[in-house]
Design a protein around this ligand. Sequence first.
Ligand code: TEU
Ligand code: CA
Length: 555
Amino acid sequence: MKKAWWKESVVYQVYPRSFCDSNGDGIGDINGITSKLDYLQELGINVIWLSPVYQSPNDDNGYDISDYQAIMKEFGTMEDFDRMLEQAHERGIKIVMDLVVNHTSDEHSWFMESRRSTDNPYRDYYIWREGKDGKEPNNWGSVFNGPAWEYDENRDMYYLHMFSRKQPDLNWENPKVRDEVFSMMNWWCEKGIDGFRMDVISMISKAEGLPDGEVRDGLHGDASPYVQNGPHVHEYLQEMNRRVLSKYDLLTVGECAGVTIEEAKRYASEKGTELNMVFQFEHMGLDGGEFSKWSDRKVKLTELKENLSKWQNELEGTAWNSLYWTNHDQPRVVSRFGNDSVRYREVSAKMLATCLHMMQGTPYVYQGEELGMTNMEFDTVDDFCDIESINAYHEYVDSGKIDGETMMRYLRYKSRDNSRTPMQWTAGKNAGFSMGTPWMKVNPNYEDINAEEQVKRADSVFSYYKELIRLRREKEIIVYGHYELLMPEDEKLFVYSRSLGDEKLLVVCNFTEEETVFGVPEEFVGKKVLIGNYKEQEAASSIRLRPYEALVIEK
Ligand code: TEU
Ligand code: CA
């Protein structure tokens, strides 16, 4: 297997709006991030993935960009950005930018020109179609609910928006669009940034003829087969690779909704023709239901194991995995796959971290995950800020598909806002996030869960993440070792081994609050426990695993 710095890295995702507010306006900003670089260095991560900081009207918190080469006013200035980049580099931390080029904001100058007239030079920068019998050109629903088309009076046509109506999809078939995107990317690379996380990059090529989708929720057609992994996506990424990526030493990760193993091998081929790695979504979909993600079903451990193991085994040697439990679009992992009760919160957060960080791939830590931050107790639909949550509530409840109370339960469990509450720095006012009024309510549990307390405490979740990250730096086997799932049918334990040459690791994770006896395989009996989330555990031939216990034994 080829070695690479981005395979040996641990990435930390910063959601700037909720990370740290330096000037008291209630909104996290770039100077706030700069002020926390020492904290990140202490944790030991070596790459930051920065969610969008570009100019944006914030219909989707910066994922709707109106100028790719300007910084959002609330976040600061380009000088602030340059200073952050420089200070990060001084600490050996790289910065990977979010690249959102499936769509722009409708307030981007390209779109404002494009909608002006049908003979404007920008007319084909977006996906415009005539209506059909006075209705939308096809039946596609947008990811944020409602139809994926918006009528524009001026052109008397509809434009496609796979996300909100303020996020029109770019027309990648137009070579001028690709020229613009690639030159913008080169501009950022020349500035010295270290890579790109590419937002829904699997959606930039749409199927010929834009055929109607299957109607499954009784409301709209499912566009995914026609917009994900479309006919030209690899061709466009290969062009991007030739014209931009190959000229610099970058970390590139594609957010690839709907990606299969076969597709991932193309996006993230070891040959380096497109990207370094992808975010796959299969494990994030295992607890969904009839209404896509909206459900409060608990994932079945055997399914989770089977899925993650498939990715581990099938990409080995041909592509590279990214490892994540959560991000700014997912609920908090301890509330989802662990147990966020006072009793088990810390131990289950550490167990989940062990399970993920011992796998093959590049791990991603989402801000606050390293503290075991939890989901939020939202009271009513008015507590949500996220466009996806608000739209979904109204669409399903207003149409009578889901009753209000049930939908609130789903939202409390799955809303993206769960992970967007402000970072909990201290037990002081507003969790130390802001001196003013935070743009979004702080989770009231900050007095118990905060960085200040955890950095000092040797057995905190923070200290445990720090140790996992240090171990990965120290041991090649954690990065490159071969993965093998053991006991696939077990409903409680997630057990796997890693091996590299003569070395071998055994990873044992109890995903339940029940005690379980585990028979340690012969070759590990009496060997060293590398890390574990309880004190006193020895690799005896049979061990009693306590609730959410995790341990790693080194042969
Ligand atoms: O997310 C893409 C995506 O597929 C999400 O819509 C995801 O399915 C959903 O959030 C799960 O609930 C990216 C960004 O990460 C997200 O924040 C943006 O809203 C979206 O693209 C549009 O840019
Ligand atoms: Ca601020």
